[in-house]
Design a protein around this ligand. Structure first.
Ligand code: ZN
Length: 342
């Protein structure tokens, strides 16, 4: 019996030494310590031994059992438990969903517009938001005493420029890019500028003090209102993903001559008349016109040789009409339930 225990000890120790994972531990535990395991069999045999021998063998068997149990606990700590509560990996369970972000709706709209104009061969330009009086007003045919300065509520900056004059403003329109672009690229020129602009406005559902505009400028020989109409029709049809019509009526902006207000056939009712278009079938979209000769001259372009058109409109306005948004303040509200819809 003693020999048998001795052999059993060697056998179990060599098996424990060869253990490589949690499943091996389970097997060895069951084989030696289980109810029908090898050690249980030894204890059963004890009954048939003579009293003298019984005590010594029982002691040995218990020692072996303790040794094996200690070793198994040690190995379980090393390989982890097979218990589901800690460590067992059920590969059939669904994975944890990773939340992905997305672009802000205004960024998406700007990218859409950029794609449309790139396809027509336009450059995408940027301009400074902190601008000199010259590029924001003077160069655009709006001299200091011009009444048109009152058309836009301007944020003037209380800081002198390099020449020691107070002439900095937060740009009131993306039109500040016009003369900068002419100076840099000359004619012919096809460009759009998208970006943030600032107006000292009271805020309500349709007015913000900071919003986005897109400015378009095309200069070449023999540019006419027909070119303007064609480009705008292409822009609106591409942006709203449906064929639209446009119509123009006279409007006044100091940097264009003639100046125009451009309307688009209502994308909600296709011109039949609805609440969005106030039953007219038309929606006012933007201001435009042929570039004023004074502006071309300011940009170093000869108005006797070249003509151009320019237009500008609010990007929020385009987006609100596309998605049926009725409050401009939502865009910068940080309201995730609004933003997550895009
Ligand atoms: Zn309508």
């Amino acid at each position: 019996m003693k020999n048998k225990l001795q052999n059993l000890k060697q056998e179990v120790l060599s098996q424990l030494a060869g253990i490589a994972d949690i499943f091996d531990i389970e097997k060895v535990e069951k084989k030696y310590l289980g109810k029908k395991g090898e050690l249980a069999a030894v204890f059963k045999e004890l009954k048939s031994l003579p009293e003298k021998e019984k005590k010594a063998v029982a002691q040995q068997a218990q020692q072996l059992r303790d040794e094996v149990m200690d070793k198994i606990v040690e190995l379980k700590n090393k390989f982890g438990s097979i218990d589901e509560k800690d460590g067992f990996i059920d590969v059939t369970l669904p994975g944890v969903k990773i939340e992905g972000g997305h672009l802000h709706p205004l960024t998406q709209v700007q990218r859409d517009l950029e794609r449309i104009f790139l396809s027509m061969g336009f450059k995408i330009l940027e301009g400074p938001e902190l601008e000199s009086d010259y590029y924001n007003f003077e160069a655009l045919n709006i001299p200091k005493t011009h009444p048109a300065r009152d058309m836009q509520d301007t944020f003037f900056i209380d800081q002198k420029n390099k020449a020691g004059e107070y002439d900095l403003v937060m740009r009131t329109h993306t039109s500040n890019v016009q003369v900068r672009a002419m100076e840099k690229y000359g004619a012919p020129l096809r460009a759009v500028a998208l970006g943030k602009i600032y107006r000292n406005e009271n805020i309500d559902a349709s007015h913000e003090h900071t919003f986005y505009q897109i400015e378009g400028l095309m200069i070449d020989e023999r540019i006419s209102l027909a070119n303007l109409a064609g480009v705008l029709k292409e822009m609106f049809s591409g942006f709203y993903q449906k064929e639209v019509n446009i119509r123009m009526r006279p409007g006044y902006f100091p940097f264009v001559e003639p100046g125009l207000e451009v309307e688009m056939s209502c994308v909600f009712c296709n011109g039949r008349g609805c609440s969005v278009c106030k039953k007219t079938g038309w929606v006012e979209m933007l201001g435009a016109g042929l570039v004023h000769p004074n502006v071309l001259r300011a940009g170093g372009i000869d108005p006797d040789k070249f003509q151009g058109f320019a237009f500008g409109t609010g990007i929020e306005r385009l987006a609100m009409l596309k998605y049926g948004i009725d409050d401009i303040r939502l865009f910068n509200s940080g309201d995730m339930s609004f933003l997550n819809q895009f």
